[in-house]
Design a protein around this ligand. Structure first.
Ligand code: SF4
Length: 291
């Protein structure tokens, strides 16, 4: 685990509504019974709480351009976040409507445009397989969680329920009616791992991000889940679970199998071999892959 203040990005998750339903979505789109659009006052409080955060501040969802006050959100970003620190993660749902303010607000290289519409590429690491269901060696499980790549490569997060050390933990909290995150007092993110262990203990053993395994095409029609999470999805009335759009993971993994997966080139952070900052413009940077 790394301190929250060293994470590359903290996202403000302005909605959990999306126009897509990708397989094994990091935000569990398709499962939610409780869609939200973050109030502008909450967006402002979130941005104010990140004053001085040394790395990037992301606007994320769901699909952020679907927020009915997306333009006002951009103006709040302009007011509170230095230009070079701003980022937007979008599938371009309302690109044509908002492209002017998007370009006015965000540096072009920090607009992460991913329409998830390329049938040839796009894999997602399953996230709803509880590590505790498939790794019986608990020492190994916690060692893998301690090295979770989401910590190093992705983001911490703010939802209407507060601040979280990890974006996937934040999504779990919303889906499973968790107790919420940290109060958004300025500098809430200045936490070392020993100060967010309550969240680590609550969410990480119910997550599969840190466990090396084969990815699933984001164009599949189902999520991969394990038994303990299946029970919880049933309890919260998950729409995807009720529709039967899932496959049950009933396997266990040994250390040898996990090592083999890593040796075969496990790169769960890499969704596709090129980057886009706007529609119809793909580029590849040497030796790099992008989420
Ligand atoms: S194991 Fe899951 S909840 Fe824990 S840090 Fe990794 S992605 Fe976040």
């Amino acid at each position: 685990m790394i301190p929250t203040y060293r994470q590359p990005v903290i996202h403000v998750e302005v909605t959990n509504v999306c126009n897509l339903v990708c397989s094994n979505c990091t935000r569990f789109i398709g499962h939610h019974r409780k869609p939200y659009m973050m109030e502008l006052s909450m967006v402002e409080k979130a941005l104010e709480s990140l004053y001085d955060f040394p790395n990037k501040v992301g606007i994320m969802g769901g699909e952020p351009t679907l927020h009915p006050e997306f333009e006002e959100i951009c103006k709040l970003v302009q007011k509170h976040v230095p230009f070079e620190k701003r980022g937007l993660w979008t599938d371009g749902a309302k690109w044509d409507e908002h492209k002017d303010i998007i370009h006015e607000t965000f540096p072009e290289k920090q607009i992460i445009y991913n329409a998830h519409d390329d049938e040839e590429v796009g894999e997602h690491q399953p996230l709803l397989i509880a590590a505790k269901d498939i790794v019986e060696d608990r020492e190994l499980m916690w060692r893998l969680i301690g090295n979770c790549w989401v910590q190093w490569r992705w983001a911490a997060s703010i939802t209407p329920k507060g601040g979280f050390f990890c974006e996937v933990a934040a999504a779990q909290d919303w889906l499973f009616d968790g107790p919420g995150g940290y109060d958004l007092v300025p500098g809430w993110w200045k936490k070392n791992p020993n100060e967010f262990m309550d969240q680590v203990k609550r969410y990480c053993e119910n997550c599969s991000a840190a466990i090396p395994m084969k990815g699933v095409s984001s164009h599949s029609q189902w999520d991969t889940i394990s038994e303990s999470n299946a029970k919880k999805l049933e309890e919260v009335g998950s729409r995807r679970y009720e529709a039967g759009d899932y496959k049950l993971a009933d396997f266990k993994l040994t250390e040898e199998e996990i090592n083999q997966t890593v040796k075969e080139g496990w790169e769960p952070w890499s969704h596709r071999p090129y980057k886009m900052n706007k529609p119809d413009e793909r580029f590849v940077e040497p030796e790099k892959k992008f989420v």
